[in-house]
Write a protein that binds this ligand. Structure first.
Ligand code: AMP
Length: 360
């Protein structure tokens, strides 16, 4: 069958690469004919606002999925008049608006930092009075990789942060004094079957994910698994979903939902029996989900702005390269490496080796 993917970035590319061994065909919808998923799959080149193009494309696809939650809900609505979409509109709508997302999490009994909607300076000041300082002001929509947010460390910061972020459609939330950031990826099938990957620990720098490590036997895994199962079931989600969490003194606080395959799940490509990409494809095509057992101590290191020397990278034991075929630019994700090792020490040595190449 032909699987349509809205968006031709690296996630679309890796979904395509996982779909071909299952005998599926892929069609990427993207305004950029030279998008990086287009190197491995045909691109239907048209703008997301071109309704007749979307309709023609949707009719040729058995199922349509998306690689980013920043596509407009109207795009998915148009597509779903002509074919099946997975995940559905509910998952997309909730996860593309930080306020709806946090409200849904709270309604489900999944802890978040205290938060409030901000549409005026008075809203912000009142909320800061309740939440306290430090706090984080964010745009409700469109932020990623730390963009669209400001930390408010003193009452004097409030107005400047408010002005910098566009003065409305904002959310302010308490600052989480976390000891670590973790995430969990789950995949839910059409029939409601669910598989969950192990909890992953993540390091960010300048708001961008740098390194993820799978956690083996982490005491907070069960609680995270409970939360993501609850969420996937509530959303009637089909496909992969990631939940990003803060560990605040042993208490898990939800930060963000991504209704798709996720950067913190890239280690599963070689590090799990079935990768998040294959399981997403299996889910949206109505097939059995694959087991998520890990193959050892795994990690993922992002390449931001440029890729390291490939020969040196491949000389490191247990290291696999994933270059996206994108031109380098500061702050742009252009590839990643995965590590699979027999011990935590060997895994961390490999990560250190990759970081030395990146620093060279
Ligand atoms: P986000 O775009 O919400 O995923 O935020 C990007 C990064 O900013 C997170 O991974 C955290 O490192 C940091 N961050 C976001 N929200 C908060 C918060 N409420 N408290 C502390 N750090 C935060």
């Amino acid at each position: 069958m032909t699987i349509g993917i809205l968006g031709g970035g690296q996630l679309g590319r890796m979904l395509a690469l996982a779909a071909y061994p299952l005998g599926e065909f892929i069609s990427i919808f993207d305004p950029d004919g030279d998008c990086c998923a287009g190197h491995v799959a045909p691109v239907f080149k048209a703008g997301f606002g071109d309704t007749s193009a979307l309709e023609a494309w949707a009719k040729a696809c058995k199922v349509v999925t998306f690689e980013s939650e920043n596509i407009a809900g109207e795009v998915l609505q148009t597509v779903q008049r002509h074919t099946t979409v997975a995940p559905g509109l509910v998952s997309l709508t909730i996860s593309q608006d930080r306020l709806l997302e946090k409200q849904r999490l709270r309604d489900l009994g999944i802890d978040t930092m205290p938060f409030a909607a901000v549409d005026s300076l008075a809203d912000l000041q009142q909320a800061l009075g309740n939440i306290g300082i430090p706090a984080v002001l964010k745009t409700r929509r469109g932020g990623y990789d730390g963009k669209g947010q400001r930390i408010i460390r003193s009452p004097d910061d409030a107005e400047a942060a408010f002005n910098a972020l566009g003065r409305r459609n904002l959310i302010v939330e308490g600052f989480a004094a976390f000891s670590r950031e973790v995430s969990i990826v789950g995949v839910r099938g059409v029939d409601g079957d669910e598989v969950i990957y192990p909890l992953t620990e993540n390091e960010h720098r300048d708001g961008i994910l740098r390194t993820s490590r799978n956690l083996v036997g982490d005491p907070l895994h069960a609680e995270a698994e409970h939360k993501i199962r609850r969420l996937m079931t509530d959303l009637g989600h089909v496909g992969a979903l990631a939940l990003e969490l803060f560990d605040v003194q042993g208490r898990l606080i939800a930060n963000e939902i991504a209704p798709r395959v996720h950067n913190t799940g890239h280690w599963t490509i070689e590090g799990a029996e079935t990768s998040q990409f294959e399981n997403h494809v299996r889910a949206i095509t109505g097939r059995h989900l694959g087991v998520t057992e890990t193959r050892g101590y795994c990690a993922m290191v992002n390449f931001i702005g440029s890729t390291p020397d490939l020969d040196k990278l491949l000389a490191l034991p247990g290291v696999h390269a994933h270059f996206y075929g994108k031109t380098g630019r500061p702050g742009r994700k252009v590839g990643h490496a995965t590590v699979v090792a027999a011990s935590a020490q060997a895994r961390d040595d490999a990560v250190a080796g990759i970081n030395r190449l990146l620093a060279a």
